[in-house]
Design a protein around this ligand. Structure first.
Ligand SMILES: Cc1cc2nc3c(=O)[nH]c(=O)nc-3n(C[C@H](O)[C@H](O)[C@H](O)COP(=O)(O)OP(=O)(O)OC[C@H]3O[C@@H](n4cnc5c(N)ncnc54)[C@H](O)[C@@H]3O)c2cc1C
Length: 429
């Protein structure tokens, strides 16, 4: 098969997956990464030997076959999540369906089973028809297919409208970030998972394992190399210019934010306000005192109306210390754990401006672009620029493309397969 030279820009998990699969098929792959380390937003960092997941912290949307292929060491949670309702009532989302539904019905959420049923039916449809694709689907096509099963509300209704029909208003904030309430219910269903996993050793382990796999398949890595320009010949990219050297390329895959790609191409077509979120990573002397009813569930992902809390070190021996990871409002966290401040050895806050600086994600969006219109389906980041682009040998595979957010690896997988099938066909001539 082809030994075409592929340059992949960015060693986030999507770039790494794309590189691994292309190398498996005989492509000559080099990954250029502007940071001194691989992983992008799947990043473990160490403070005094204690391991923290700096940005992303739980894995819920990566297909099982990719987790197995790359031997990602995961730890499952049961209950997978605990809703700490009004900072008083504990609602465990057990793996066991009847226990889970019972917990919801017990607090008066009689319509909840119907919500879950619809979400799972819709997710099944997304997985079977609209996940492993060579071309992102349009919203119309997903709508048409969903309508056949009476699931069109996921496209036509907002998350807020949809949830309000199935759960009480006060519970809505526990199901989705407030910033996504006006996104189509499709986005809520896409993110919903009863399979959140911890990654042993922190999220950086995902990148580490895929990197090892890629290295074994012959992928070359150039760290501390930022792509800054392209050289074109007959409207194809012939060379990728980094801040340190120039590399020949037959095929180029951008695995960085689409906005970073547009900057290199001088297409300043998208301007956004900086995202608003905060993530805090703590190293503690000892665990804080848990509210009594929450204590039995300390081993789970704790969802409050103001953020998500996880003590990964309770489940993961590899952390080598006591670790708390929290995404949300710090003042509210201290209300739940009043003695927390006394226990802190180290705390690090990450927000959009720090993420822009550290991870090079323009405007600091968790998933490179908001999970909102207009950046959904084949319009992510735009109709012309999704997996393929108007430049014949330029592709994209970051979370800034369909299906969008979270650590799933689907984009890296899809784009690698798209390139393999295109060049296999060309080889047959
Ligand atoms: C605080 C936070 C919490 C999150 N929590 C979760 C979570 O718990 N679970 C979950 O599933 N998702 C979570 N996410 C989202 C998830 O982390 C991202 O969507 C995902 O990791 C993005 O992966 P990627 O490979 O597409 O891109 P990135 O991980 O962003 O990788 C892109 C890579 O490109 C490199 N790069 C950029 N520009 C250049 C250039 N010019 N030249 C060379 N290299 C370049 C970057 O340095 C980076 O390594 C979170 C995100 C954040 C910020």
């Amino acid at each position: 098969m082809s030994s075409k030279k592929v340059i992949i820009i960015g060693a986030g998990h999507n770039g790494l997956i794309c590189a691994s699969i292309l190398a498996e098929h005989g492509f000559d792959v080099t990954v250029v990464e502007k940071r001194e380390k691989i992983g992008g937003l799947t990043d473990t960092y160490e403070i005094g030997g204690i391991k923290l997941s700096r940005a992303s912290y739980v894995l819920g949307l990566m297909p099982k076959f990719l987790i197995n292929k790359f031997r990602i060491p995961t730890i499952s949670l049961d209950p997978v999540e605990v809703i700490y309702y009004k900072n008083k009532i504990v609602i465990p989302l057990w793996k066991d369906e009847s226990k889970r539904l019972r917990a919801m019905i017990d607090i008066g959420e009689e319509r909840y089973p119907e919500l879950e049923r619809k979400i799972f039916e819709f997710k099944k449809l997304l997985y079977e028809k609209f996940t492993f694709v060579s071309k992102p689907p349009s919203e119309d096509i997903v709508f048409e297919e969903a309508s056949k099963f009476g699931l069109e509300d996921f496209i036509t209704k907002t998350t807020y409208q949809f949830l309000k029909e199935h759960i009480s208003e006060e519970l809505i904030d526990y199901f989705v970030y407030p910033s996504l309430l006006d996104s189509p219910a499709y986005v809520m269903a896409y993110i919903f998972s009863l399979d959140w996993l911890l990654v042993s050793g922190g999220m950086g382990k995902i990148a580490e394992r895929i990197y090892e796999y890629a290295k074994n398949k012959g992928v070359k890595f150039l760290l501390n190399h930022a792509a800054i320009d392209f050289k074109f010949k007959e409207s194809k990219i012939k060379q990728v210019i980094t801040d340190k050297r120039t590399l020949d390329a037959d095929i180029v895959v951008s695995a960085m934010s689409p906005l970073s790609l547009f900057k290199i191409l001088n297409y300043n077509i998208i301007t956004l306000k900086n995202a608003r979120w905060k993530k805090y990573n703590f190293v503690l002397k000892e665990y804080p005192r848990f509210p009594l009813n929450l204590k039995p569930y300390s081993y789970s992902l704790i969802t409050t109306s103001v953020g998500e809390i996880v003590f990964p070190s309770l489940m993961d021996q590899q952390r080598d210390g006591i670790v708390l990871e929290f995404m949300g409002n710090l003042k509210e966290l201290y209300k739940i754990f009043p003695d927390l401040e006394e226990k802190i050895i180290f705390v690090d806050g990450l927000d959009a401006s720090k993420a822009i600086e550290t991870y090079g994600i323009p405007f600091g969006y968790l998933d490179h672009l908001p999970m909102k219109h207009p950046f959904l389906f084949d319009n992510r980041p735009s109709k012309d620029f999704n997996y393929t682009t108007p430049i014949e040998n330029l592709y994209q595979c970051s979370v800034g493309t369909y299906p969008g957010g979270q650590v799933s690896g689907v984009q890296g997988y899809n784009v690698a397969n798209l390139i393999v099938s295109k060049y296999k066909k060309l080889d047959q001539f």
